[in-house]
Design a protein around this ligand. Structure first.
Ligand SMILES: Nc1ncnc2c1ncn2[C@@H]1O[C@H](COP(=O)(O)OP(=O)(O)OP(=O)(O)O)[C@@H](O)[C@H]1O
Ligand SMILES: O=C(O)c1ccc[n+]([C@@H]2O[C@H](COP(=O)([O-])O)[C@@H](O)[C@H]2O)c1
Length: 197
């Protein structure tokens, strides 16, 4: 089985994440995509919403799609969510599955700084997608990475969780930027009413 892992802070999950997953799934004929909220992201400030809230929103966004699901493994593990630790666990639990890690162009450029990246690229293939404001090409990456990163073309989506949080704090609409079920959750729980970061 071929499974895409869409890792993220998902604070909140938005249409850019969902479209990236779908485009890669289609381009590389993956059987499923598993969305995986991190506990503490390795390279940025801790999330605004709690791990449980980000899991709830991710579950709402993926439920009802039989080829999408949500993995709670990093939130349950706690601590800083280094991908190398997670992938080692996933390989143990699913020895017959090929994993592909889906990332946006910002993360492709940042790959050389990932924890134990030399080891990680031996264990997983990355698939990068475009994101407005970030160049997506592999020439600047070290050679050991270039052959382990595939690219997929996707319609560029100029949406970020940061912009969504800002809009909500400013009382602006984010309808159609996030799934309706996620918007209802945000509104009911009063998340992002003020700008925390
Ligand atoms: N609009 C987008 N198009 C393509 N990829 C995206 C987009 N938004 C996020 N991604 C990718 O999805 C993954 C998870 O992103 P993340 O949850 O950090 O969202 P974000 O919008 O970048 O958040 P923030 O604005 O809080 O930094 C990353 O690999 C990121 O590059
Ligand atoms: O393992 C690392 O060093 C590492 C560094 C940066 C990002 N990641 C992972 O990449 C995914 C996207 O990261 P982020 O911070 O954009 O949500 C998420 O699953 C992170 O845990 C992992």
């Amino acid at each position: 089985m071929k499974v895409g892992i869409m890792g993220g802070t998902f604070d909140p999950i938005h249409m850019g994440h969902l479209l990236a997953a779908e485009t890669v799934k289609d381009a590389y004929k993956l059987d499923e995509v598993w969305f995986m909220p991190s506990h503490i992201p390795p390279h940025k400030q801790a999330a605004g919403a709690s791990g449980e809230q980000r899991l709830d929103m991710t579950r709402l966004a993926t439920e009802g799609y039989q080829d999408y699901s949500t993995l709670d493994i990093e939130v349950v593990r706690g601590g800083v969510s280094y991908t190398i630790d997670t992938i080692q666990l996933l390989h143990k639990e699913y020895p017959n599955t090929d994993f592909y890690f889906i990332i946006g162009a910002d993360m492709v450029n940042y790959l050389p700084k990932w924890e134990r990246i030399e080891e990680l690229v031996q264990q997983i293939t990355f698939i990068g997608v475009g994101r407005p404001g970030f160049d997506l090409h592999l020439d600047d990456l070290p050679e050991f990475l270039q052959s382990r990163v595939l690219l997929a073309e996707m319609p560029l989506v100029e949406i970020s969780s940061t912009a969504i949080r800002r809009r909500l704090a400013g009382g602006k609409s984010v309808r159609f930027m996030v799934p309706d079920s996620v918007l209802t959750y945000i509104t009911r729980s009063g998340l992002y009413e003020s700008e925390s970061r």
